[in-house]
Design a protein. Structure first.
Length: 142
């Protein structure tokens, strides 16, 4: 009886578990992207120069653009089956975006899921003044 109960429970829980894992990967990627953007902004202030956040489909790079040649400070990959829009954002020594007045959004999604209320794909918004905001679901983000 116990084995039958466990088998039925496992059959019922499996679809929910895969949804949970997909949403967890999306959420983790959004938080990671937010952390990398904050890191790039703080490095620009600390180094008193220009630092670039480069988002590719597979991950992020934080690059010091102050010297004669760009120097990669940090390189991070997104989890499996997670992708982002390709975006480049430069932060100046005051923590604001360069060129002044530039704002950006970065949407994160899954390669095997369609963003919906069920699969919440995050969006990072970077305002021209340097304010950063992570929306949990890009579909409900203003």
């Amino acid at each position: 009886m116990v084995l039958v109960f466990l088998a039925i429970t496992a059959t019922l829980v499996t679809p929910f578990l895969s949804d949970y894992i997909a949403n967890s990967r999306l959420r983790e990627s959004g938080n990671s992207l937010m952390a990398e953007a904050l890191f790039a902004q703080s490095e620009a202030i600390k180094r008193n120069g220009q630092v670039r956040l480069s988002v590719t489909a597979g991950g992020t790079q934080v690059i010091d653009m102050t010297g004669a040649a760009p120097v990669v400070i940090r390189d991070r990959l997104f989890p499996d089956r997670i992708a982002a829009e390709v975006v480049t954002v430069d932060f100046g020594s005051d923590g604001m975006t360069r060129p002044r007045g530039t704002d950006a959004t970065v949407d994160i999604g899954g390669t095997s899921v369609t963003c919906s209320e069920e699969y919440r794909c995050p969006r990072l918004q970077i305002d021209a003044g340097g304010a950063l905001r992570l929306c949990a679901n890009k579909l409900s983000c203003p």
